[in-house]
Design a binder for this molecule. Structure first.
Ligand SMILES: Cc1cc2nc3c(=O)[nH]c(=O)nc-3n(C[C@H](O)[C@H](O)[C@H](O)COP(=O)(O)O)c2cc1C
Length: 347
């Protein structure tokens, strides 16, 4: 099936504008989730051996998840939950709706198996995402919700803005991802600094502590971090008890031909793999098993997924791999992990 996608369907889809194709995919998934036979067919076609594990107190049926940014408005989660994933990370959701950056803002680098995007957190806002999830939950797999900052909110006011979004979304997530690493929101990445990160995350953790169910948090970090910021983030994570997602997209263009230098935005897919893996390995080394870690960046097949798990990721996320490999990629990865006798790490 994956072969069919790569040889035929992808050729067709790649003739059209990437964002248009993405919107079409979300619309189709929304339509399909209203038709029980479509969901049943998807489940049958993507069925793989369960590879159960528990991370941050959450039970997963396998370690492969959908990365944030695919279902920004949390509207296609039911259909997406039937494609074999162990979990979905929905969003990034901001408190208020916002249009994002001017189009075009997504570019395919076909020969590199990569994407450059500068979407800028286009989304319908937290209340709309909550309304969607109200209709779609419960789902058969855990759901993480990624929270980001509104573009018109200053960095000083970021903690309040994130907290407002969290308050709305809290009833709907099994975990929360604090996105401070998109390169497409001005100064967002400055939130990595030790003290700023503490001021951002502490109120969110306090909110969670005051609720009936205390949900776990992950901070999603950039692959372009300075060592001292990574050290600060890792030790804060161990102190306050949150996990890390390594990594978001890169602003580096080192691994792609010169003609892509002038395209602003975050690079994902195959050329991100090495940079992201270096950051993942260093995060795992610094944390010494004290915090849960998710790996994201350049997972295109079973081998690149297993590589991240071996480098220290407890869970792995995919985005660009799905665009290039198609909806059967998750099953292909899970079959590969089963064949290689992958076993979850014990914490
Ligand atoms: C079009 C596009 C939109 C994205 N939007 C988000 C987002 O809203 N929030 C986020 O945390 N990451 C976002 N990402 C980053 C992905 O979640 C992922 O971390 C990154 O693409 C690296 O993984 P990959 O190489 O498997 O694509 C986006 C990526 C792409 C390609």
């Amino acid at each position: 099936m994956g072969f069919l996608y790569r040889k035929l369907i992808r050729q067709l889809l790649f003739r059209f504008n990437p964002e248009l194709m993405h919107d079409l995919a979300i619309k189709s998934a929304k339509a399909a989730q209203k038709l029980p036979p479509a969901g049943m067919a998807a489940r049958l076609l993507t069925k793989a051996k369960d590879l159960p594990l528990t991370v941050a107190g959450i039970k997963f049926r396998n370690p492969i998840g959908l990365a944030a940014g695919f279902d920004k408005n949390c509207e296609a989660a039911r259909f997406l939950s039937q494609l074999g994933f162990g979990f979905l990370e929905l969003g990034t959701v901001t408190f208020r709706p916002q249009p994002g950056n001017p189009k075009p803002r997504v570019f395919r680098l076909r020969e590199q198996g990569a994407i450059i995007n500068r979407m800028g957190f286009n989304n319908a806002g937290a209340w709309e995402a909550a309304r969607s999830l109200e209709r779609l939950l419960p789902l058969p797999i855990p759901v993480g919700i990624s929270i980001g900052k509104n573009a018109d909110c200053s960095i000083e006011d970021a903690p309040k803005n994130y907290l407002e979004a969290l308050r709305v979304m809290y009833p709907y997530g099994d975990y929360f991802a604090v996105n401070i690493s998109s390169p497409n929101t001005l100064q967002l990445r400055s939130l990595h600094g030790g003290d700023k990160l503490r001021r951002l995350v502490e109120p969110m953790l306090d909110h969670a502590a005051g609720q009936k169910q205390r949900r776990p948090f992950f901070v999603k970090i950039a692959p372009d971090l300075e060592e001292r910021d990574l050290e600060a983030a890792t030790s804060l994570a161990a102190e306050l008890g949150f996990g890390l997602i390594a990594t978001n997209t890169t602003v580096s263009r080192q691994a792609v031909p010169a003609r892509w230098q002038s395209y602003e935005g975050g690079l994902s897919g195959r050329p991100l793999r090495e940079i992201s893996n270096a950051m993942l390995a260093r995060t795992a080394e610094l944390s010494g098993g004290r915090i849960p870690i998710m790996g994201s960046g350049g997972v295109m097949d079973g081998e690149t997924a297993l590589e991240k798990l071996r480098l220290g990721a407890d869970l792995v996320q995919v985005y660009s791999g799905l665009i290039y490999g198609g909806p059967f990629l998750v099953k292909e990865i899970l079959d590969y992990l089963a064949r290689h006798n992958w076993q979850p790490r014990r914490h």
